[in-house]
Ligand binder design. Structure first.
Ligand code: ATP
Length: 234
């Protein structure tokens, strides 16, 4: 479903990615774990076709990121950490609809999807209010709805819980669980081994632009004598 083939990315003399390769089969949740500056965001931005690699490529649902960006974008939902990127002066519904329109979804389908997402994310009370005064948790739900409004089979989460309080982080965790149950293919980047252990079947550890370990949580536990925290010290 996702095949990353020898991705290299240099920003002038900063070699952010040094030829990484990995595969994520359909329906699997892969944790991409690494410290600050390891190359997680660069990897996910390349997969999301927001950034061009220096060398290498990736195939998502059979589409090459270098050859068919439009098709790749239709296949993916993206949820980044930090700022939600929502427009404060628009209502929650308008924010989601705006993003859906960029994805070429018909007006009728947008309405149906937003009604459905409002219900499952419990946003009825505030879906038609401007997001400017929303709490972090409320904004996070709107950002989630926006990221899946086109019902993509692949989700890319870049440190989606960074800077969030416990309640908002829980919302994200249950959303990732939900994605897994629905059979979506997920890459989820994080600094936290604890978080990755909780949510992912497999983990790839990225360090200074290289994948230094890859395997199931169980395999890595055996290899490192259960002390996965030792393997990854922030
Ligand atoms: P963090 O957890 O801090 O987000 P990360 O693992 O996501 O870290 P990246 O953001 O991918 O790491 O950065 C990898 C390296 O590439 C870092 O050394 C970073 O400074 C560098 N880098 C990333 N984007 C740029 C850019 N636009 N210009 C120059 N260097 C960059």
């Amino acid at each position: 479903m996702i095949e990353v083939k020898g991705l290299t990315k240099s920003f002038k003399d900063v070699h952010a990615l040094k030829g990484i390769s990995f595969k994520v089969p359909k329906g699997e949740v892969l944790g991409l774990l690494g410290e600050n500056g390891a190359g997680k965001t660069t990897t996910l931005r390349i997969l999301a076709t927001m950034l061009k690699p220096t060398k290498g490529t990736a195939i998502l649902s059979g589409h090459d990121i270098l050859k068919n960006q439009q098709a790749v974008r239709r296949e993916i939902g993206i949820l980044f950490g930090g700022e939600s990127g929502l427009y404060d002066r628009l209502t929650a519904r308008e924010n989601i609809a705006y993003y859906a329109e960029l994805n070429d979804i018909s007006k009728e389908e947008i309405k149906e999807r937003i009604d459905y997402l409002t219900k499952i994310l419990d946003m009825e009370e505030y879906i038609d209010r401007r997001v400017g005064k929303f709490s972090k948790g409320m904004k996070q739900k709107v950002a989630i709805a926006r990221s899946i409004v086109h019902n993509p089979p692949i989700m890319l989460f870049d440190e989606p819980t960074s800077g969030l309080d416990v309640t908002a982080a829980r919302t994200i965790h249950s959303f990732i669980e939900e994605c897994r149950k629905e059979g979506k293919t997920v890459i989820f980047s994080s600094h936290s081994m604890v978080e990755v252990e909780k949510l992912c079947e497999r983990v790839a550890i990225i360090h200074k632009g290289n994948i230094i370990e890859e395997g199931s949580i169980e395999e890595l536990k055996i290899k490192y004598n259960k002390n996965l925290e030792d393997l990854f010290v922030e």
